[in-house]
Design a protein around this ligand. Structure first.
Ligand SMILES: NC(=O)c1ccc[n+]([C@@H]2O[C@H](COP(=O)([O-])OP(=O)(O)OC[C@H]3O[C@@H](n4cnc5c(N)ncnc54)[C@H](OP(=O)(O)O)[C@@H]3O)[C@@H](O)[C@H]2O)c1
Length: 406
């Protein structure tokens, strides 16, 4: 029996413990010795849980038990998750985690610690919940030159944008609905301002280039400024507005462009049909061409499934390191101002002529529900810098959203 400990008996951690019991067959097909959860670390006691006898409150009990060779960190947050993970790895105990915040901030350091101590640090559940995406990028697609990753990486915001589109509800109404259904936190800032998706695209970008793409360096914009009018225009244009994490490697010089922002996604793009809490990651490799990974980006069992898949891999590789190439060398990202693209723009009607002069080659768009005191158009391809300069000259812009090219 391989003995493990689960740190944090919340949504994901309880899913890990239950899954190991419930799916014993598949678990033992992969690891014939079987897996036993010897300890559950939490602040609370869970007197009604069938697993109450395994609950401990002192991490040192786990750290000092030589039988524990792998732990699952499902506590979340930076501390004490970072210290516990680091201490475990220093003792040669592998760590599997769902904690994207910690992975985005300390991934390279924890991977290095694992390597030095002949154990592994794996984080499949940190991006896309139950969707296998980390292992495909680091392992299955190893011979590829991955040139683009575009992801719907946050289920809360995708749910909100889908409901705004389908039910004609305002941003505040869908946020309330998402909170009532348990899809959005009481403090939804990390989701709606794009920080969560930004951390995930930074992790994927780091794995694409093998260096450290710091999420603080990634331009990040959320969905809080998207209105019902924007959604009406998107519908009329055959698009859906989605919060995307985008990462592109320049074929010319290998530099990286990374951004998190809402985009108009045309119906011809496979990401257009990804609705509600579902996530999807669209990957382009130079040999394999286009791939799309789709599934539940969160939830107790989908996320636990990804943690346990890492746990099984670690259990099979005790005493060695499962390689993940992600060094602490900071990846310099290309200047986002020089990135070319098209934009959807809404301006007050009195700026119509000036806008046509400033945005040469723009194409006007209309929507049945659009206010009569404004005009809307899509620009020709232009750099972000040229776009911002034209906006500054125009003065007032009601809304601007990037277009994703099909
Ligand atoms: N939920 C999802 O669908 C999902 C999906 C993908 C990734 N994740 C990530 O997975 C991680 C866990 O998420 P979750 O939703 O399972 O969170 P959760 O339900 O809040 O569970 C966390 C658990 O850890 C416990 N805990 C917190 N600090 C602790 C400490 N110092 N010592 C021992 N136990 C401690 C908490 O106890 P208290 O409740 O008493 O504080 C709670 O039981 C997060 O990083 C999250 O971002 C979650």
């Amino acid at each position: 029996m391989i003995k493990t400990a689960v740190l944090g008996f919340g949504t994901v951690g309880s899913g890990v413990v239950e899954l190991i019991d419930r799916n014993r067959g598949p678990v033992e097909r992969r690891v014939p010795e079987g897996i036993e959860v010897k300890y559950i670390l939490d602040l609370r006691d869970f007197p009604d849980s069938p697993y109450r006898d395994r609950v401990v409150h002192d991490f040192n009990v786990i750290l000092e038990d030589p039988e524990i060779r792998v732990i699952c960190e499902t506590m979340g947050g930076m501390e004490p998750a970072f210290t516990f993970s680091k201490k475990a790895l220093e003792k040669g105990i592998s760590v599997c985690t769902s904690n994207k915040e910690l992975v985005a901030a300390h991934g390279p350091e924890l991977l290095q610690t694992a390597q030095k101590n002949h154990c592994s640090y794996l984080f499949e559940a940190s991006v896309g919940g139950g969707i296998p995406i980390i292992r495909p990028v680091t392992s299955s697609l190893a011979p590829e030159n991955i040139t683009r990753i575009i992801g719907i990486l946050n289920g809360t915001t995708n749910y909100m944008m889908t409901r705004m589109e389908k039910e004609n509800l305002s941003f505040d109404e869908v946020l309330r609905q998402a909170q009532e259904r348990g899809y959005a936190e009481k403090n939804p800032e990390a989701d709606i301002e794009g920080h969560d998706a930004c951390r995930k695209i930074a992790i994927l970008s780091s794995l694409m280039c093998g260096k450290n793409v710091r999420y603080e360096d990634v331009p990040c914009e959320g969905i809080s400024r998207i209105s019902m009018t924007d959604v009406a225009y998107a519908r009329a244009m055959g698009c859906a507005i989605k919060l995307l994490g985008v990462s592109e490697r320049s074929p010319e010089d290998g530099t990286f462009y990374v951004r998190t922002a809402p985009f108009m996604v045309p119906s011809s793009h496979p990401l257009h049909s990804v609705e509600d809490v579902f996530n999807a990651v669209f990957v382009h490799g130079n040999l394999v061409d286009d791939l799309m990974f789709y599934g539940r980006g969160a939830g107790k069992f989908p996320t636990a499934s990804a943690v346990v898949s890492d746990l099984l891999e670690c259990a099979l590789q005790i005493g060695s390191t499962i390689p993940v190439r992600w060094t602490d060398e900071v990846m310099q990202l290309s200047d986002p101002a020089q990135k070319k693209g098209r934009f959807f723009v809404r301006v007050p009607a009195e700026h119509r002529e000036k806008a046509a002069e400033l945005f040469k080659g723009c194409a006007s768009v209309s929507a049945p529900e659009a206010p009569t005191d404004e005009t809307a158009f899509t620009t020709a391809p232009m750099t972000e810098a040229a776009f911002e300069a034209a906006v500054a000259e125009l003065g007032e812009v009601r809304s601007r959203i990037r277009l994703l090219e099909a």
